[in-house]
Design a protein around this ligand. Sequence first.
Ligand code: KG4
Ligand code: ZN
Length: 348
Amino acid sequence: MNILAFESSCDETSAAVVTMEEGSRIIRSNIVASQIEIHRRFGGVVPEVAGRAHIECIARITSEALTASGLGGDINSALGNIDAVAVTNTPGLIGALLVGVNFAKSLAFANNKPLIPVNHIRGHVAASYLSNPELEPPFLALVASGGHTSIIDVSSYTDYNVIGYTRDDAAGEAFDKAARVLGIPYPGGAEMDRLAKTGDPNAIRLPSPAMKKNPDDTHAEYFEFSFSGLKTAVINYVNTAKMRGEEISREDVAASFTNAVCRAVTQHLSGALELTGRDKLVFAGGVAANSHLRRAISEMCAARGARFFAPSLPLCGDNAAMIGAQAYYEYLAGVRADTSLNARATGE
Ligand code: KG4
Ligand code: ZN
C-alpha cells in the first residue's frame, strides 16, 4: 500500500511516500523542510511564524516527495499510484497542524483517496518500525521530544496506554533550556550531547527528574517526571558561578545534566518493564538521538534481558515517513477521516 503522508505539528514541514505491506516497510521519499533557522533568533518556536512557514513550503515539498518516490514519471502519475493520504492531526501547535490537515484533506478529497489521521506520538513510535523490520508490538515505549515525554505500554499497533509522563517540561525542552543558559543557540539538545562526551558526569549535584511514587496515589502505575526542577538547578548553578566570577565548564554542566536525565529515565523505564512484563523497549522522539541516553537505556535493557529498539538518527526527529508508517496500521484497524477532520492541539 502506497501512502502519501504529511507532518506539520511543530517546526518541520514534511511530506513522505512509504510503501507498507505485511512483512515489508519501505520509505520511498521523506522530505523534511526545517524551520530551525527561522525560529533560532527567537530562542524557540513562534507558533504563528511556524504556521506561515508551513504554508509557504508544503506544496513544494509534496511535489518533491512525489517526484522522488519513483511511483511515476511525473507528479500526477505518482499521485495516481498513491492508495491513501495520511496526516498528523494531534497533538501539536494548532496553527501548524491546521496547515497539514487542510492540505492533506484537500488533496485526498480532490483525488478521491482515503484520508487517515495520525497521532504524532504514535508516529514517533512507528519510526522504529521503519528502522527495525522485525519489530512488532507488544512493547514498552519511551517517546521523548521537544514537546512530549511519555512512557507508553503499546499492546498492539493501535492500542496505547500511557503509564508515565512529565508534570511540566518535556525532556527535549529541558535539554534546550539548559543549553540556553550555557549560551548554546536553540535547539541545543544535540550540542549538549556533544559537550557531555568530554565532561565529568559527577561534577555537579543535580536533583533527579524522576518523581517518587506517592503510596496514596490511586494512579500508582504512573511513572512521573519533573524536568523543571532540574532545569532550574542548572540555571541557578550557572548564575551563581557567574556572580562569583567562577569559570564554568560547559562540558561538566552538560555531562552532569545528561547523567541526571539518564539515571531518572532508566530508573522509571526499569520500573515500567517490571510492571508491564514487556521484553522489548522502543526509544523514540527527537531526544532518542541522544547518544548517552541510547547507551544508558540499551544497557539497562540488556541487564534486564529486554531487547532495545530505536529509530535510525534521521527518523528520530519529526518527519512524515513515521506518520505514513503508523497510518498503515491505523488503516488496517479501520481508521478513516471524512472531510470534517479537524486538528487538535492536545489529545489522543
Ligand atoms: O521530535 P522532535 O524533532 O520535535 C518535537 O516533536 O518536539 O524533537 C526535538 C527535540 C528538541 O528539544 C531537541 O533539542 C531534541 O529533540 N534533541 C536532542 C538531541 N537531538 C535532538 N536532545 C538531546 N540530545 C540530542 N542528541
Ligand atoms: Zn515530534
